[in-house]
Design a protein around this ligand. Structure first.
Ligand SMILES: Nc1ncnc2c1ncn2[C@@H]1O[C@H](COP(=O)(O)OP(=O)(O)OP(=O)(O)O)[C@@H](O)[C@H]1O
Ligand SMILES: [Mg+2]
Length: 338
């Protein structure tokens, strides 16, 4: 039997949570994914009182008036601000749990592989404070492999690369367990930061995080495209201090992202080098599955395939992979590995 699996699964009300650096998703047993919101909380600066959570709070990022601050309580996959993350988790759990009348509510929360016991305790405590009866964790790479339907219970190896907002997790899974994993503190946030730096260096223009993220989604790519794209970008001139706009090309964005992409390729490469030869040879046939929002970057599958010479494919609905994995676990009361 999978040793990660908690014993609470016979509970009738269960929710699965992907508490991500960028997005939090919630799966309600019997219903499916019922919530997907940015992991952002807007707080009043003086009183420290939360004003908005999720999408409403994200709209305020970088745009808040002096008295309000929009905070992302998760950094690099783990809780960076305990109080605010607890508020956020409580808000999300309560919103979904209303549908269950809170009776015998258990939660299964996906956490990064390699999380410390203290970090794990903090996540569980936040859930208990939100009023759940039972809380357990599952390793994110395992959840995301299950979520995209990889045959994790077989002895032949599967590799999953989950490129999230804060981290990229690379894992090799065999017989329902993680045989090798590594977590890299490079993800979509680092991509955005690289775009901000590039625009600053090349154009003396300061742009915000949300603008950088929009550029990445609109014209970002990992490999040259048949038709390259351009996008008008507005920001503040660093010399005159006035608003100014420039036109940025997809080639430039690719250049900005090159170092981050190389770091991800290195992590995949070294995982392949360090795993058992039998597992590595399975991957020649099975290839590498991509999940997480970063898997949506144009051409990232081809980029990693060129770098590793292995087949690479993007899983269905990659941003829901982890939460769907928690869903599979909580739906099957007697989930067993054969
Ligand atoms: N089309 C796209 N192209 C490139 N990046 C994208 C696209 N769509 C979303 N992203 C990026 O994906 C990231 C969010 O992915 P995801 O929701 O999987 O992260 P997360 O689970 O919250 O983070 P983590 O797993 O690191 O805690 C963001 O950085 C976002 O900008
Ligand atoms: Mg994630």
């Amino acid at each position: 039997m999978l040793k990660h699996l908690p014993s609470f699964l016979s509970f009738s009300n269960a929710i699965g949570i992907d508490l991500g650096t960028a997005n939090t998703l919630v799966y309600l047993k019997g219903k499916g994914v019922v919530m997907r919101e940015p992991s952002v909380v807007a707080i009043h600066k003086e009183s420290k009182k939360p004003i908005a959570v999720g999408i409403e709070a994200k709209k305020m990022l970088g745009r808040t008036p002096g008295t309000i601050e929009a905070v992302r309580p998760m950094k690099e996959g783990v809780i960076a601000d305990f109080e605010i993350s607890e508020h956020m988790l409580r808000y999300f759990i309560r919103r979904v749990a209303r549908k269950t009348l809170f009776t015998n509510l258990s939660v299964l929360i996906a956490v990064p592989y390699g999380i410390t016991p203290v970090e794990k305790r903090a996540v569980l405590d936040s859930a208990y404070h939100a009023g759940v009866d039972d809380a357990n964790v599952i390793a994110e790479p395992l959840a995301s492999a299950i979520g995209i339907g990889l045959p994790v219970n077989e002895s032949a190896a599967n590799m999953i690369v989950d490129i999230g907002g804060g981290t990229t997790e690379v894992a090799i899974i065999s017989i329902g367990d993680i045989a090798h994993a590594r977590s890299l503190r490079v993800g979509g946030d680092a991509f955005d930061a690289s775009i901000i730096n590039y625009v600053k260096r090349a154009y003396n223009l300061s742009i915000g995080e949300r603008t950088a993220e929009e550029i990445k989604m609109k014209i970002g790519s990992a490999v040259p495209m048949e038709v390259e794209m351009r996008e008008e970008v507005r920001g503040r001139d660093l010399i005159s201090g006035l608003p100014r706009s420039i036109t940025l090309s997809s080639e430039e964005v690719r250049e900005a992202l090159a170092e981050n992409l190389a770091a991800i390729a290195d992590a995949v490469h070294s995982s392949l080098e360090h795993c058992a030869p039998e597992l590595a040879s399975d991957l020649v046939v099975r290839g590498i599955a991509l999940a997480g929002g970063g898997a949506l970057l144009r051409g990232i599958d081809r980029f990693l395939s060129d770098m590793t010479k292995l087949p690479v494919f993007v899983g269905d609905d990659p941003m829901c992979a982890v939460v769907n994995g928690t869903g599979v676990v909580i739906e099957s009361n007697r989930w067993r590995v054969r």
